[in-house]
Design a protein around this ligand. Structure first.
Ligand code: DQA
Length: 143
């Protein structure tokens, strides 16, 4: 079965972007990690990034038709997007929200997630390992 790993705004700049917070790995490094973990777990990984909110909405709908689950790092749209909340609510497959950083240890505006009430569960604060943990969480709840 296929798992979509969806990445939102500014995650294309990983490695260059605030490495003290997000680490030195690039999104391409994280994609390799996910593919390796996917092989272990028996998942095909469809790994994507966009800076556009509507594209994430389209991909969530697409996954709802074709995939077994979604791991999503929605970046800053996490904190603002009712559209992403509604898109997740509109599909039946499990969605795991993830973040590299511990958003609760950062600015107040990152403490609220608009998508958290719509997802199965949330993983944050483990750097690139958050992706691995999210894939394992999906493994534990999918057949
Ligand atoms: C992030 C946390 C968000 O608050 C931030 O806007 C990001 C990255 C993370 O992975 O830690 O872009 O989702």
């Amino acid at each position: 079965s296929t798992i979509f790993v969806l990445n939102g705004p500014n995650l294309n700049a990983l490695g260059k972007r605030e490495p003290g917070i997000y680490g030195g790995h690039t999104l391409a490094d994280i994609e390799v990690l996910c593919r390796t973990e996917g092989e272990k777990l028996g998942f095909a990984i469809d790994f994507r990034q966009t800076n556009h909110e509507g594209t994430l909405v389209d991909w969530i709908h697409e996954a709802g038709e074709t995939a077994a689950g979604i791991a999503i790092n929605a970046g800053a749209y996490t904190h603002t997007s009712i559209a992403l909340h509604d898109a997740i609510r509109a599909i039946a497959i499990p969605v795991v929200e993830l973040h590299l950083s511990n958003v609760h240890a950062r600015e107040e505006f990152r403490h609220k997630s608009m998508i958290a009430p719509a997802v199965k569960g949330v993983i944050c604060g483990f750097g690139e390992q958050s992706y691995i943990l999210a894939l394992n969480a999906l493994k534990s709840i999918t057949k």
